[in-house]
Design a protein around this ligand. Structure first.
Ligand code: K7E
Ligand code: CUA
Length: 665
């Protein structure tokens, strides 16, 4: 045992500290001009990058590597008030209350016929198991669905070819939600179970619904990818810890020579589900939806799921042995080859879908694992890539018959051919690449011009920034026989998986403004003359408008200490790129950044009487700095009545008083 521990640790920690030679001078040829996007010109591609422990998704332009936007998903964003405004708070609700953080690893763009369709982006949250759907018209999180019976939602959110389903596989096996989880940990083998969930996606609206879950042995599900073409009906998952260890996994889950790739016939599962099979289980999970017409999110707690115990459906799930704790599980563009990447294996096994089918038909099994047939390794194998490098993690495809795999330990990208499994090229990456991404590289139609490697360790690549360093993306040109390193740039959070798509597909549909006449927010103020302040008990609703360069009203009196003040801000602008911001002195939340035609609400409870200026936070015009106002707060029990006005000025020195105030009741 100690020997193995030493070996594994040496592999993981010893070697990745090495610095490849010539690291500082590694670009080739005219790299600078290949990534140069002149001022005013657009990038060729959008690149969506997972934020890992930042909980966000960032958007870059490729090939420039310019950061276009950071989108809050499982996170609060003080920049625009996401998660702070009353309208967006419900997006972060869960069955455990508000959870404003998650660990976001994988992204998947929606597909039609196995090609990216540019509509939605799915994102997983690991820690409080959730799937988010982002709307690529607005670049906002449109929906978040919590997943019951799951812990560490890592094998997620991969999709089927027509986005029929998003899948979510649990990393940790745990007792089911409706069973007593208060059991000794060493009863793992008896009480702990794994699940994978199938979430249906409405083809029109994109709305997600937990359809059914498969109850599986207590292993760890790691990654997955949907089949394509001939393998359309199937989904493939990698799993480790077939030892079912619950302590010191680095040793105890590395005992067996092989773990598994799990092949799931999801069409069969769907059939059983539609026949009403499976156990209805009472659970609790949140379903949060952002409505674009009310600019408001709602959160509903759902209470039921259907669980199909795979033991009862023998023709639905199969295991395929896969060497040494597989991580990546990638399906090539033809749908024939399934690549499993064993983190500790010195080779890459490539499985053949047609051979898997033949093995199933002839029952070419090697016994079973907890009732699930195990297909013979050789019977499913297309072949092995020999000596690819050390620590294979993830593979993507260029659509020209080649695959590219990241080697975490030997810090390189390795290109190999699917047909004969020959290694064709290798290129160092700086350092320790995790995921890699070719635009469309997990679809039927890859765009095999670029490859981006997302590296875990940057060490000396950038100017030092104290003990914490940004992680890095590296852009390669893969249009020729040899990979060429073009550039590297720091990234936000810890990037894991990413997606990219031709810019046109997204840009042409991008929302520029929200039409004010379509604004169905119950607190909208349609025009400045309708602005008002209304007291109901100790609640004060401020219906306020914003337009260059004033708020209406901008003088408010009669608010008292302890009142719950709701500022409902409607931005009346109808021009692209004219948001207005709102901040009130000492507010203990964040600003709001309100887009043209939109209404957003900030709740504030003043705790001390006095004068509270408020102002616009976004430099919106030459007179932006004049976009400001005052709110007077009186002590509890004071009898100052509610009043509000705009433009009702007191005497200026040497001038008569003017009154061009808006009408008040
Ligand atoms: Cu980072 Cu996909 Cu969570 Cu591999 S995972 S690297
Ligand atoms: Cu509105 Cu600055």
């Amino acid at each position: 045992m100690p020997v193995l521990l030493f070996t594994v640790s040496a592999l993981l920690f010893g070697i990745n500290g090495c610095k490849p030679k010539n690291a500082g001078n590694a670009t080739e040829g005219d790299a600078a001009s290949r990534v140069y996007v002149a001022p005013g010109k657009y990038d060729e591609l959008y690149n969506f990058v997972s934020g890992g422990f930042s909980g966000q998704v960032s958007v870059y332009g490729i090939p420039s590597g310019r950061l276009l936007r950071v989108i809050p998903v499982f996170s609060l964003d003080p920049q625009d008030g996401w998660g702070y405004s009353e309208e967006t708070k419900p997006m972060l609700n869960t069955s455990h209350g508000m959870v404003p953080w998650d660990d976001q690893h994988h992204l998947e763009l929606s597909q039609t016929n196995g090609e990216i369709d540019g509509r939605w982006l799915f994102a997983n949250g690991n820690n409080t198991p959730r799937i988010a759907r982002l709307d690529l018209k607005t670049f906002r999180t449109a929906e978040i669905l919590e997943i019951p019976n799951s812990a560490g939602n890592h094998s997620s959110p991969f999709i089927t070819e027509n986005t029929e389903y998003v899948v979510a596989g649990t990393r940790f096996s745990v007792p089911m939600d409706d069973k007593n989880g208060d059991v000794p940990i060493d009863t793992y083998k008896k009480n702990f179970k794994g699940t994978v969930s199938f979430i249906s996606v409405d083809p029109k609206s994109g709305n997600m619904k937990l359809a059914f879950q498969l109850l599986l042995p207590g292993v760890d599900f790691d990654l997955s990818h949907g089949g394509k073409g001939p393998s359309h009906d199937w989904f493939f998952f990698s799993c480790y810890n077939s030892e079912q260890a619950h302590t010191l996994l680095e040793v105890n889950a590395s005992q067996r020579d092989k773990d598994f790739i799990m092949a799931v016939n999801w069409k069969k599962a769907e059939e059983y589900f539609k026949q009403g099979k499976g156990r209805k289980q009472t659970v609790k999970y949140a379903h949060n939806v952002y409505d674009e017409s009310t600019h408001t999110a709602t959160s509903t707690i759902e209470t039921q799921t259907t669980v199909l115990d795979v033991k009862d459906f023998p023709d639905m799930v199969y295991f395929i042995p896969c060497p040494k704790s597989p991580h990546g599980c990638d399906v090539d563009p033809t749908g024939e080859y399934i690549v499993g990447s064993g983190k500790l294996a010195a080779l890459i096994p490539v499985f053949s879908f047609s051979k898997i089918q033949a093995a199933i038909a002839s029952k070419n099994f090697d016994g079973d694992y907890e009732g699930i047939p195990v297909i013979k390794y050789e019977a499913a194998l297309h072949g092995e890539v020999k000596k690819p490098g050390l620590g294979p993690l993830h593979t993507e495809f260029d659509g020209k018959g080649n695959a590219y795999t990241t080697m975490f330990i030997s810090s390189e990208i390795v290109k190999w051919r699917l047909s004969d499994l020959k290694v064709l090229d290798r290129h160092p990456s700086y350092y320790s690449p995790g995921h890699l991404m070719i635009p469309g590289g997990d679809t039927k139609k890859p765009y095999g011009k670029y490859l981006i490697s997302y590296n875990k360790i940057t060490k000396d690549r950038y100017l030092p920034t104290g003990p914490e360093l940004a992680q890095a993306a590296q852009l390669f040109d893969i249009s020729g026989d040899k990979m060429k390193l073009l550039s590297d740039y720091p990234s936000i959070g810890e990037p894991h998986y990413a997606q990219a798509v031709a810019a046109d597909l997204i840009a042409k549909n991008s929302t520029k403004i929200f039409k004010i006449e379509d604004n169905k927010n119950p607190y909208v103020t349609m025009g400045q003359n309708n602005s008002k302040v209304v007291r109901t008990g100790n609640r004060v609703d401020v219906y306020m408008t914003m337009i260059r360069s004033h708020f209406s009203p901008d003088n408010i009196e009669g608010v008292k200490v302890g009142d719950d003040v709701y500022f409902h801000l409607t931005n009346l602008e109808q021009d692209w790129d004219v948001p207005h911001g709102f901040a009130v002195r000492n507010a203990n939340t964040a600003e709001l950044l309100v887009m043209p035609g939109e209404t957003q609400t900030l709740k504030w409870t003043p705790d001390v009487s006095g004068m509270y200026p408020f102002y616009c936070t976004d430099f919106c015009s030459a007179l932006h700095q004049e976009m400001q106002g005052y709110l007077r707060v009186s002590p509890k029990g004071s009898n100052v009545p509610i009043s509000f006005s705009l433009g009702k000025n007191s005497d200026a020195p040497g001038e008569a008083a003017q009154d061009d105030s808006i009408k008040t009741k």
